[in-house]
Design a protein around this ligand. Sequence first.
Ligand code: NIG
Ligand code: FE
Length: 404
Amino acid sequence: MKRLTRIKTLYRVPPESGQGEVDAVSDAAMVWQDGKVLWSGPESELPHEFSTAEAIDAGGDCVIPGLIDCHTHLCFGGWRGDEFAARLEGASYQDIQAAGGGINSTVQATRSADIDELTDKATAALADMARLGVTTVEAKSGYGLNREDEIKQLEVYRRLNDTQVLEVVPTFLGAHLVPVEYRDRRADYIALLCNDLIPEIAERNLAHFCDVFIEDNAFTLEEGRRILETAKAHGLGLKVHADQLSAGGGAGLAAELGAVSAEHLEYASEADMAAMAEAGTVAVSLPIASMYLREPYLPARKWIAAGARVAVATDFNPGSAPSYHLPLAMTLACLNQHMSPAEVLRGATSHAARAIGLENTHGSLLPGYQADFAMIDAPDINQWLYHFRPNACLTTFKRGSRIT
Ligand code: NIG
Ligand code: FE
């Protein structure tokens, strides 16, 4: 049993409260055992039975639930710095993709990388993320776009769960793009996804979720429906890259099919916003992608007013969001999505947990929750997200053990 004392502010983030109600406790303590929180609250109310637990001094800093990055494309070969420069000179993300670059060029680099190389690269990213206070990461495939290389990416995630300490929640994104070799026979690629890959991945438990990129130049709404319905029938949870660059109706489809989340959503309609709120589908905002693509940010005030849960994630990938700095995404969400630091904290903890189906065990520091937490060098989250620094996280704990 261990006890954390002298916490200036402890954010317990109860899962069922409103977006900005994070249950901040001043002068707090927390007790955990076997990787789970036993007690948390004001230090003056610490029950006697816990007073002898081995103590760690939080030194007047604040403690938050471990951050959850609920949307990343963690495993990929290469980078795309030259496209970044081309975009700065006026080329559009969609034009670059249509010319065979963009996602296509990362597909080539990922296909030619071997599994060890991909695992090492992702391991290094996860180690940096842990130092920033991140304890759980959702990670998508989608840069293989054939059986062998999609499964290779999912195998990387399986290995990462065996070899390093952050939890990696795998999502199958074979429907990221129709690969060039199927350009003139896209129905065959969709058949490959639905008849072969989804059944195999579900059977081998290689992914918890299936995601589809519904967009011009990617998949149509009807194609997305077929793929997601197939995934659902095979027991996978659903996610949708929806309405990122244009209004494609993906958010409404996510709500209709009971997806756990829909992501991006910059162009989602108000009707679809209401449908997602009603269905309990989490709206995952990705402000780093908006910044890099100079696209609109998620109008979070409208989403929250509509009753939706808004999560905040990085979208880490080599194209639209080449950064895994979740605290940066959080500060951007404050500034550009007009969210308070408290709303954003919930967006990267409890609501992020819900977006990957872990809301009953992760993202809160109430008793019974996994003891994943980060100590932040600031008295409270207002100071933390306002005074942006390379890293304000002092230490990160995963399942009750110190990992950084
Ligand atoms: O979430 N929107 C589609 N996929 C990624 C970008 C992938 C890439 O550019 O490599 C995204 O932004
Ligand atoms: Fe994405």
